[in-house]
Write a new protein. Structure first.
Length: 251
């Protein structure tokens, strides 16, 4: 009886020592953001888990989140007051949804894209895009457009392949070829540098492709929706990159 009891005690001690010696498992960071709902508005702002590992980037997005929420609350309160004073107006709660996603996670950079949808009581919601690249070495956010020499240089490198790809997609949605000479603004070759640029990667080492996110109305009527066009980094595009950032790009 004593030997059994002794054996049980030894097993318990060994198990305890093994647990103490086992390395602690680090919990993975979770996605962050905020959800808020009031009688005046519904607000959602989300960012991916990678942002939680970069305190300065998290602070950057948190500041944007706070400012957007303040603006939404003020505008919604104003709309409610206006509706209360005018029987012909009907107040509908405002909504704003913002979501950041990872485009490319490289050794020196984190590229993010943002999609947003907002409704202010009109005929339909509106949507848009934004983007940022986090420079890990400098510890700061950069707009993708600022990584290039100029908008003119970027347009010269991107306009041809971008507009060809855009026209192919527009033709699919419309069921007929696009005639850029029609005089219709929705048939025109628009400037890629005026759209939302996102920097992507297929090798996880360099930026080797550029996404151009086109919001509704920019390249076609609202019913066509938005466009997401991707073009590769070419020697012409590489020449349009500022010299101090060219090492981050690859063909």
């Amino acid at each position: 009886m004593r030997s059994v009891r002794t054996r049980s005690v030894l097993i318990a001690i060994v198990a305890l020592l093994a647990t103490a010696a086992a390395p602690a498992t680090k919990s993975k960071p979770k996605a962050g953001g905020v959800d808020a709902r009031t009688a005046d508005y519904v607000f959602t702002y989300r960012w991916p888990a990678q942002v939680e590992t970069l305190p300065a980037l998290r602070a950057h997005l948190a500041a944007d989140q706070a400012e957007r929420k303040r603006t939404l609350a003020g505008e919604a309160a104003g709309a409610r007051q206006a509706a209360a004073a005018d029987p012909d107006l009907r107040f509908v709660p405002y909504t704003l949804e913002v979501e950041w996603q990872v485009v490319a996670d490289l050794p020196g950079w984190l590229s993010l894209s943002q999609s947003n949808s907002h409704f202010e009581g009109g005929a339909h919601p509106n949507s848009g895009f934004d983007s940022v690249v986090w420079d890990r070495k400098a510890g700061r956010a950069r707009a993708p457009r600022d990584i290039f020499v100029s908008a003119k240089a970027l347009d010269a490198a991107l306009r041809g392949p971008f507009c060809d790809a855009l026209d192919r997609e527009r033709a699919v949605r419309r069921g007929e070829p696009v005639n850029r000479a029609s005089g219709d603004g929705f048939d025109a070759c628009i400037s890629p540098s005026e759209q939302t640029l996102i920097l992507g990667s297929t090798d996880r080492k360099h930026f080797n492709r550029i996404g151009i996110l086109v919001s509704p109305y920019a390249a076609g009527p609202y019913a066509e929706g938005s466009y997401d066009i991707t073009v590769p980094v070419t020697p012409a595009v590489l020449q349009a990159v500022k010299p101090e950032f060219r090492a981050a790009f690859g063909l």
